[in-house]
Design a protein around this ligand. Structure first.
Ligand code: TYM
Length: 335
């Protein structure tokens, strides 16, 4: 890195459903504070959203929603590059080169692939299996130094690191080895109905997840009906996955330590604790929701952000792509 150049961050989310409180606390909230220290690339990874059954018109709508959420959560397009993965040439090209360096067995071992492909009736396409290679390409195309993600993406990131090393070893030094950047709180927000599973965008059981656009009364209802554990004590523990998850959410939202929250709610019972948590989550999301309502109506703004973001991303992507093509032995295209 030359002097004065900031380290580069790349991270993104799939527009496959409404973003959840898990996406917000485990990811986007943390990205918004990195804008000064890092050069930030925030793709919305729409190519990743088609590995499972989807409706094209729905994908378009979700993609705008995801962009408006990014902006509403504080990602500033003046200080970062926000773009669509499908707008930049290079993600799929690099993923092909990387897939030729990837043992298929490594992909079969990926936890998320195993989970998604084992759902009864799931149609397993090659894209679902190759998904982590595309993710590695997303990261390496920009030569990212760090990749802030929730804990569920750790294994995919490990593959990206391996592929960077393998490419460097097979051809010659080209890629930095990207470092995962996993927050101390909020890195693994669990389902409200089954605290042993990750909170995710699934639409089958709406009580599982708080969605960023949920109105206050819905947020409160979901939190009040969150599964808790036996006993009345508000404390963290392996025997209390439900309350531990709620404490973790409380801590991630307010920035207060879990121990401090345990003290405050000692002896109060679950009801008072859950209501206080609902107040905090509602207060945290209300300003985001206000901004979201304005931004989602402003297509001019959203198109400008995407255009500028894609231009900056493409310039960088072409540089990497040219280097990769040369090293892999392809003849340079004559212009
Ligand atoms: P996605 O869209 O599932 O999630 C986006 C981000 O949110 C985090 N996250 C969570 N964090 C804490 N608790 C949860 N319950 C929770 N659910 C989701 C994820 O860890 C992620 O940081 N494969 C990625 C998208 C991707 C990507 C990339 C990320 C594609 N290419 C390159 C980083 C770099 C995914 O499906 O994220």
């Amino acid at each position: 890195m030359s002097q004065g150049e900031k380290p580069l961050i790349l991270t993104g989310a799939k527009p496959s459903g409404e973003l959840t409180l898990g996406n917000y606390l485990g990811a986007i909230k943390n990205w918004a504070v990195m804008l000064e220290e890092y050069e930030c690339f925030f793709p919305i990874v729409d190519l990743h959203a088609i590995t499972v059954h989807y409706v094209p018109a729905e994908l378009r709508r979700r993609t705008y929603q995801c962009l408006a959420q990014y902006l509403a959560c504080g990602l500033d397009p003046e200080r970062s590059h926000i773009f669509l993965q499908s707008h930049v040439t290079g993600h799929t090209e690099l993923s092909w080169v990387l897939s030729c360096l990837t043992p298929v067995g490594d992909l079969h071992r990926m936890t998320q692939f195993k989970e998604k492909s084992s759902v009864p009736g799931a149609s397993v396409n090659a894209g679902l299996l190759y998904y982590p290679v595309l993710m590695a390409a997303d990261i390496l195309l920009y030569n990212a130094d760090r990749v802030p993600v929730g804990e569920d993406q750790k294994q995919h990131l490990e593959l990206a690191r391996n592929l960077a090393q393998r490419f460097n070893h097979t051809y010659s030094d080209t890629f930095k080895i990207p470092e995962p950047f996993i927050g101390k709180t909020g890195a693994r927000i669990m389902s409200l109905q089954d605290p042993l599973r990750k909170m995710s965008k699934s639409e089958d059981s709406p009580g599982d997840a708080i969605l960023l656009p949920d109105p206050p009364e819905v947020i409160r209802k979901k939190i009040l009906s969150a599964v808790t554990d036996s006993g009345r004590e508000v404390r963290r523990g392996d025997d209390k996955p439900g309350i531990s998850n709620l404490l973790n959410i409380f801590s991630a939202v307010t920035g207060r330590a879990v121990e401090e929250l345990e003290k405050e709610f000692a002896g109060t019972g679950y009801g008072a604790f859950k209501n206080a948590l609902a107040d905090s989550v509602i207060a945290e999301l209300e300003p985001v929701q206000d901004r979201y309502r304005r931004i989602i109506e402003d297509k001019t703004l959203m198109h400008r952000v995407l255009k500028e973001g894609a231009e900056a991303a493409q310039a960088r992507a072409y540089r990497t792509l040219a280097k990769v093509s040369r090293k892999a032995g392809f003849i340079e295209r004559l212009r």
